[in-house]
Write a protein that binds this ligand. Structure first.
Ligand SMILES: NC(=O)c1ccc[n+]([C@@H]2O[C@H](COP(=O)([O-])OP(=O)(O)OC[C@H]3O[C@@H](n4cnc5c(N)ncnc54)[C@H](O)[C@@H]3O)[C@@H](O)[C@H]2O)c1
Length: 251
């Protein structure tokens, strides 16, 4: 059987840990050449090395996706190395719990720079290559892109914006043969959750409603869905928001 990503070139952000790492490893195992990037350079390098050690092909690049110039340079580096780009996975992001009144202009700006502007500038730079190869983009959103979440105003707003970007791009370019989708995880066991300390005097029941099951997803559970959506198996999936949250947004 041909590997799902054989001959494909993928750029995956957030590959130092969690879902980005699991996605890069799986795509690499299934034949993709993977540009692994993260603001945590040693982490991205370790993931690229694991792909290469397993017999695949990968590169690691340290970058802050909050900087538009670095986003454009990432796409250039993938294209310079391997000639084009088929898949962009916007996985990198961050969040945390904070009371609305404690939000600062700087923290709000940084949240949007990383969670929204980064995927936008990466998508813009990747677009000509994706159009040439009938490629696709997978944006990692969150249940916070589909519902209001207490103590996460900036994060929720940023993930809703990423849903808007996904849908707008899907409509504008779907006719041209490329696909733009979003995978929306619920609580997943990654280092991301370390930033979710409950704020003082928070109404805990408003946070508890985000867990339907007592357990968290594994990063591989999310990577499995990202890889399906990015593969030719999902040829007719475009502009979709695919929940992997154990049922949280169902009600
Ligand atoms: N873990 C969860 O419960 C959960 C739930 C829903 C959505 N998400 C989303 O999943 C995505 C992946 O998170 P994860 O859970 O794998 O967490 P993670 O912390 O393991 O991975 C996120 C990665 O993004 C990188 N990153 C952060 N800021 C960056 C920047 N400016 N430039 C480049 N890289 C940067 C981090 O260094 C890290 O390696 C995020 O977009 C997050 O919002 C996570």
């Amino acid at each position: 059987m041909t590997e799902r990503f054989s001959g494909k070139i993928a750029l995956v952000t957030g590959t130092a840990s969690g879902m980005g790492q699991a996605t890069a490893l799986r795509m690499g195992r299934e034949g993709a050449r993977v540009l692994c990037t993260d603001i945590n350079g040693p982490g991205a390098q370790a993931t690229a090395k694991a792909i290469v050690d397993a017999g695949g092909e990968a590169l690691a690049v340290t970058a802050d996706i909050g900087d538009p110039a670095q986003c454009r340079a990432l796409v250039d580096q993938a294209v310079n190395a391997w000639g084009s780009l088929d898949i962009l996975c916007n996985v990198a992001g961050f969040g945390g719990l904070k009371s609305l009144q404690d939000e600062t202009p700087e923290a709000w700006q940084r949240m949007f720079a990383v969670n929204v502007h980064g995927p936008f500038y990466l998508s813009q730079a990747a677009l000509p290559h994706l159009l040439a190869r009938r490629g696709n983009i997978v944006n990692v959103v969150s249940t916070a892109g589909l519902m209001g979440q207490a103590y996460m105003a900036a994060y929720t707003a940023s993930k809703h914006a990423l849903v808007g970007l996904t849908r707008a791009m899907a409509v504008e370019f779907g006719r041209k043969g490329i696909r733009i989708n979003a995978v929306c995880p619920g609580g997943t066991a990654t280092p991301f959750l370390q930033h979710f300390a409950v704020p003082e005097n928070a109404e805990v029941d408003l946070i508890a409603r985000l867990m339907l099951r007592p357990d968290y997803a594994a990063p591989e559970d999310i990577a499995n869905t990202i890889c399906f959506v990015a593969s030719a198996e999902a040829e007719f999936v475009n502009g979709s928001l695919i929940s992997v949250d154990g049922g949280v947004v169902a009600g």
